[in-house]
Design a protein around this ligand. Structure first.
Ligand SMILES: [Zn+2]
Length: 281
């Protein structure tokens, strides 16, 4: 099978953005969340204590320069992460990865089941326009092809540890994609959830643009396995996170987070899963 391997997303033009774009939020002293247009990436590492840090996800296509500037602003000139960890391989999480790797010769870690999409072997299913919302309507035009970073990518360690991130564990949270992972640190109950759940209604263009906070399951147009997605939300709620950075939307913490996450679990059939759509039944 011939796959489109435009790993640099040179053909992709995505005019979507939000009021949060270009803004960074310090979630914990060593967790920095940065919004690139409509997606979040995270730097883990405290610059006043160490020069070593890890980048989680790599933003939209054509954002490499902006991401490098953001990294240098936080960790100093010439700074580069020790590694990149991917929550999953959707275009808005790996958009600038290949260009960044041209500059940074560093390892990339992902779940074993995500590797086919990162080594040019598989494409994701296309976006489903029929799950409601304008972003969903646009989603069939979003790139869904896999990329090829075979020279850099390797599977996360089987014991659940995360290289260069002491104290953190990766948690398999499939459904949105087969090898989707979240990252959890027991010590302060910090969660980096990727798209396992998000804090904005990602299907709604208006809510994305205004970054209106609203607990939501994974982005509906790009989620093919809803039973697994529900299991993954339950798994994350059971960890009782104190603070969460999600792939889209603003960080959430404390009681607001626990109440919203429990609400999502209890009402997943209504607010998580789409009523109808290509991947529902
Ligand atoms: Zn995604």
């Amino acid at each position: 099978m011939e796959h489109n391997q435009d790993s640099k997303f040179e053909e992709s033009f995505l005019p979507m953005t939000s009021i949060g774009s270009g803004i960074g939020t310090l979630v914990q002293p060593d967790i920095y969340c940065y919004t690139d247009q409509i997606v979040n990436l995270v730097l883990v590492g405290n610059p006043s204590e160490t020069k070593e840090f890890v980048l989680i996800d790599t933003g939209m296509p054509k954002s490499a320069e902006e991401i490098k500037e953001m990294v240098q602003e936080r960790f100093g000139e010439q700074a580069r992460p020790k590694a990149i960890v991917l929550t999953h391989g959707h275009f808005d999480h790996v958009g600038s990865l290949v260009i960044l790797l041209e500059d940074w010769n560093i390892p990339v870690y992902a779940h074993e089941l995500e590797l086919p999409y990162l080594t040019g072997k598989k494409d994701y299913p296309p976006g489903d326009p029929d799950v409601g919302g304008l972003v969903a309507k646009m989603s069939p035009t979003f790139p869904n092809h896999g990329i090829n970073i075979s020279a850099h990518v390797q599977p996360l360690p089987e014991d659940g540890t995360v290289p260069n991130m002491p104290g953190w564990k990766w948690v398999h949270t499939p459904g949105h994609t087969p090898g989707h992972i979240s990252l959890f640190r027991e010590q302060d109950r910090a969660l980096i959830a990727g798209d396992a759940f998000v804090t904005v209604k990602q299907e709604s263009l208006y809510k994305v643009m205004t970054q209106t906070q609203e607990i939501s399951g994974p982005p509906k147009y790009f989620t093919p396995d809803w039973d697994m997605a529900f299991e993954s939300v339950k798994k994350l709620a059971a960890l009782k996170p104190q603070v969460a950075v999600t792939g889209h939307g603003l960080p959430m913490s404390g009681e607001e987070l626990s109440e919203n996450l429990n609400y999502l679990v209890e009402h997943f059939a209504d607010i998580g899963r789409p009523e109808s759509g290509r991947y529902v039944n």
